[in-house]
Design a protein around this ligand. Sequence first.
Ligand code: AMP
Length: 222
Amino acid sequence: MRLILLGPPGAGKGTQAKKLIECFGIPQLSTGDMLRAAVAAQSEIGLRAKEIMSSGKLVSDDVVIQIVAERIEQPDCAEGFILDGFPRTLAQADATETMLKGKGLELDHVIEMRVEDDELVRRVAGRFSCAHCGASYNDQDHRPKVEGVCDKCGHSDFTRRPDDNAETMRTRLKAYYKETAPLVGYYYCKGILQFVDGMKPIDEVFADISSVVAPRSSSGNP
Ligand code: AMP
């Protein structure tokens, strides 16, 4: 299954992708995560991307297309993948189609996750994650059960993304509406777009996504 999760920052794409990995056993390809890893490794791409990312603007198409083209060649993508945060522009969407066509493949689903702007800003401004296992939390409605200790792995180092602040979020939202939202029409015209209400609680959103991608097994068994 080859699936795109489409939605603005804070829509819950990463959260839902992690649940889909558990359920369907296919990898999550997050260009944001890949770029952050490149920044941390101080690679050439990372050095080029760092400032752009912290301003909330988009990294150039050729860089992200190259990263994804290399990643989908890996053996763990043979049965499919979940694209999270990619494509983000029409040029990236065209490149995705060309990449897949070259392999005789196509996309199965594009799921647009709709969330109101006020809620996006609230979620992003409050989010943090475990530096050890990546589990996500939120200041307001999802703190660790024991303060300062990760529910999942028990470590006590937490981290916040430098671009998760109100000012950068405004730029990121503008980039979404200007560059990425046109993909809704693009995939609608291809007949593979469906939307879910991302305002619902995480498990309900997951049930809705499951019923789109595996209609006969929406109970959770693929
Ligand atoms: P994300 O983790 O998806 O919110 O991405 C964080 C930042 O990485 C974005 O604000 C962009 O600067 C950059 N980025 C991630 N994916 C892409 C993409 N597909 N195209 C361009 N820039 C991207």
